[in-house]
Design a protein around this ligand. Structure first.
Ligand SMILES: C[S@@+](CC[C@H](N)C(=O)[O-])C[C@H]1O[C@@H](n2cnc3c(N)ncnc32)[C@H](O)[C@@H]1O
Length: 428
C-alpha cells in the first residue's frame, strides 16, 4: 500500500467511521514510507476540511452531497496537496486519478477535471466571498458555523479569532516525570542524551517539554515508566486537587488514567484510589498505565457516574470529576473533534456533567475536596456547571492561584484549553 492509499484509508476511517486520527496514524505507522508527510496530510485535511469543501463547491457542477464520499475524499486530499503543500505538479494529480480508478472508476474524469481546473484557477477559487463574519471565519478556519457562533457569542470576536487561528498550531509536547522513579533533572539529562531537545515545563514542577517528540513513546525511558505523556494543564488539575498521602481518592471519569496515575504518584503510592470509568474497554488503558508506571493502591470500577452509587456516599477525602466534555480545548491534537460537535451535543454533555457532579458531591466527606475540570471552553459546560456548584450550600469555593477558577486558553498558554475549579464540602 502506498502512502497516498494510507492517507485515504486513515481519513476514511476518521471521517466516516468515527475513529481517532492519532489511533489510525499509529495503526498504519509500520506500513508508511514517509510517516511525517502522512501525519501532516491527515491533520491538514482535517484542519481545513470546511475550507477545502468550499473550494470544491466552486469547482464542481455536481452538488457536494451528491459526490461519492470516496471521490470527495480524494478531491480533498488533492486540494490540500495543491493549495497547502504547494505540490502543484500534474504528477500529484495523476497519482490521485490512479487512486480514483481503484476506489470509484467512473469518477476518474471528474477528479482529473476538478484538480486540473483548480491548478489553473487556484487564486480565484481560494478567495472567500462571505460578508457574514461568522460564516467567513467558519470557512477560513474550518470550524462548524454553529460552534464558531457559540464561541463568538460568549467570548467576542478577538478571542474567537485567536482561538480559531491557533487551533491547528503544534504545541510543545509535555511529559510528566514519574517522580517515584526519577527526578526531573535526571530524566532531563537522560532524554537529552537520547537525542531529545528538552526544556522545563512552565506550569508544573514535574513537567518537561519535548521539542522533537518523534519516537518518544517507543524510547526505553517511556517503557521503563519514567514518564507519561501529559499536557501541563492536565497535570495542573491533579495539583489543584492536591490530595494528601494516605487519603481516599475517587477519580470518577478516569480513563485512560493520565490523571489517576498522577494521583498515585502525587500521593507516593500511599493513597487508596478508585478509578472509575463507564467504559470497560477504556479501563484496560488505565491498567496498562498503572502497570507501566509500577503504581499501587488503585482499584478500577465501571459505574455510570451519573447514577448514584451508595457504597461511595461520604467515603472520599478527594474527588475528581474530569468530566466527559466537548473537547474544544484539545482540537489541536484531535482536529476531527470539531466535526462531531454542535450545540445539541454540548447541551447533552453539560447536563451529563451536572448529573455526575450531583453524585460527586455526595461521595465527598465533610471537609473533603471536589475538583471539576474539563478540556473545553464555552459557557454551557464550564461556567454554568461552576455556577451550579457555587449555588450548592454544602460546598464552599476554594480559590486557585487567587482566582475563582482557571480557564487556560489554548492560544495563550502553550498547553491544552482547560477549565479547573475546586470546592470543599462543608456540610454532611
Ligand atoms: C475527559 S475523559 C477523562 C480523562 C481522564 N481523566 C484522564 O486524565 O486520563 C472523560 C471520561 O469520561 C468517561 N465517561 C463518559 N461518560 C461517563 C459516565 N456517565 N460515567 C463515567 N464515566 C464516563 C469517558 O469514557 C472518558 O474516559
Amino acid at each position: 500500500m502506498n502512502d497516498l492509499a494510507i492517507i485515504f484509508n486513515i481519513l476514511r476511517r476518521v471521517i466516516y467511521e468515527d475513529e481517532k486520527s492519532s489511533d489510525m496514524i499509529n495503526s498504519y505507522a509500520a506500513k508508511a514510507s514517509n510517516l511525517s508527510l502522512i501525519t501532516k496530510t491527515v491533520y491538514g485535511v482535517l484542519e481545513n476540511k470546511i475550507y477545502i469543501d468550499y473550494m470544491i463547491r466552486k469547482l464542481s457542477d455536481v452538488r457536494l452531497k451528491k459526490i461519492h464520499k470516496h471521490v470527495l475524499l480524494i478531491l480533498e486530499i488533492g486540494i490540500y496537496n495543491i493549495h497547502f503543500l504547494e505540490t502543484k505538479d500534474y504528477a500529484t494529480v495523476d497519482k490521485l486519478v490512479d487512486l480514483t480508478k481503484e476506489k470509484n472508476k467512473r469518477s476518474t474524469g471528474f477528479v482529473n477535471a476538478i484538480l486540473r481546473s483548480f491548478i489553473r484557477d487556484e487564486k480565484e477559487i481560494a478567495k472567500i466571498y462571505e460578508t457574514d463574519d461568522i460564516k467567513s471565519l467558519s470557512i477560513r478556519y474550518s470550524f462548524p458555523e454553529e460552534i464558531t457562533k457559540y464561541i463568538y457569542d460568549f467570548y467576542g470576536m478577538d478571542y474567537t479569532k485567536a482561538y480559531l487561528r491557533d487551533a491547528g498550531r503544534i504545541r510543545d509536547l509535555a511529559i510528566r516525570v514519574n517522580t517515584l522513579k526519577i527526578s526531573r533533572e535526571d530524566l532531563k539529562k537522560l532524554l537529552i542524551k537520547a537525542g531529545f531537545e528538552i526544556e522545563d515545563g512552565k506550569i508544573s514542577p514535574n513537567s518537561l517539554l519535548v521539542k522533537n517528540p518523534a519516537g518518544l513513546a517507543s524510547c526505553e525511558a517511556f517503557k521503563d515508566g519514567l514518564f507519561t505523556i501529559q499536557q501541563e494543564a492536565s497535570m495542573k488539575v491533579v495539583e489543584v486537587l492536591n490530595p494528601k498521602e494516605n487519603s481516599k481518592i475517587l477519580d470518577l471519569c478516569a480513563a485512560p488514567g493520565t490523571k489517576t496515575t498522577y494521583l498515585a504518584e502525587f500521593t507516593k503510592n500511599t493513597g487508596k484510589i478508585i478509578a472509575n470509568d463507564i467504559s470497560k474497554a477504556k479501563n484496560k488503558l488505565i491498567l496498562e498505565n498503572i502497570q507501566r508506571l509500577a503504581l499501587e493502591n488503585i482499584s478500577l470500577t465501571n459505574y455510570d457516574a451519573s447514577t448514584f452509587v451508595s457504597a461511595f456516599e461520604n467515603e472520599f477525602d478527594f474527588c475528581l470529576v474530569d468530566a466527559p466534555c466537548s473537547g474544544l480545548g484539545v482540537v489541536g491534537r484531535k482536529p476531527e473533534i470539531r466535526y462531531n460537535r454542535n450545540k445539541e451535543t454540548i447541551v447533552r454533555l453539560a447536563d451529563l456533567q451536572k448529573d455526575i457532579l450531583v453524585n460527586a458531591i455526595k461521595y465527598v466527606k465533610k471537609g473533603g475536596y471536589l475538583v471539576y475540570s474539563t478540556c473545553t471552553l464555552g459557557p454551557l459546560e464550564n461556567r454554568n456547571n461552576f455556577k451550579f456548584l457555587m449555588d450548592n450550600k454544602d460546598l464552599e469555593l476554594i480559590q486557585i492561584d487567587g482566582q475563582d477558577f482557571i480557564e487556560y486558553k489554548s492560544f495563550e498558554a502553550n498547553t491544552d484549553g482547560f477549565f479547573i475549579s475546586k470546592f470543599r464540602k462543608i456540610n454532611d
